[in-house]
Design a protein around this ligand. Sequence first.
Ligand code: GLN
Length: 245
Amino acid sequence: MRKLSTMLILVLVFALLITGCGKKEELRVGTEATFAPFEFTNDDNEIVGFDIDLATEIAKKLNKELKIVNMDFDGLIPAIQANQVDLAVAGMTVNPERLKNVNFSTPYYDASQVIVVQETNNTVTTRQDLEGKIIAVQLGTTGADAAEEIANATLKRFGKVNEAFLELKNGRADAVIIDAPVAENYIQHLTGLKIASEPFTEEKYAIAVKKENSDLLEDVNKALTEIIDSGKYQELYDKWFKDEE
Ligand code: GLN
């Protein structure tokens, strides 16, 4: 009888071990999915985009299970600090302010801010033309920072990019200031809008990691290098940015 129960326990422990081993550790990636073509919700209600593919490849290299966590952009850095996500892959620009709170991977994309207005607006081509105007931006972004520098402008801040564009589309704002690739994407899908300015900032996107998590940062950088060297990066670039060139 004793032998039998010992055996049963052994079998049970073994079974637990096997199933336990099959379970991969999660890589929790925070993003804000109204930032097409980097991250957005498709018609099948899945979160997809360049950043999501990139995160998928990184998770593969780290032998982890990717879990996307969708939230407002200004919640991403606090979520990293509070250990609610491991990374933010969200078209996030490296800047000194953010570097106080998180570390960044090697940059993976060059971007810039542009001004978007209604197609019928012929008075705006530079930032100076927005003085005293209403500008819709996304809360906590470099676009919001740029708008804050414009004299006498009224800022309307939104958690999600699409809300800022709807404000412009509905005539409740004169302009949106936003990253160029995302502007291109929105004006293709929301009719009646246009890009009014030249790109006017120089920004680099990188992946944000918790300050204390230097092992993960190293792993992510190694994965990024491999993804670039293998040609995978170019493949993803062509997949998501081809029609914008
Ligand atoms: N690149 C901009 C920033 O870092 C916007 C990012 C975003 O809205 N997802 O602030």
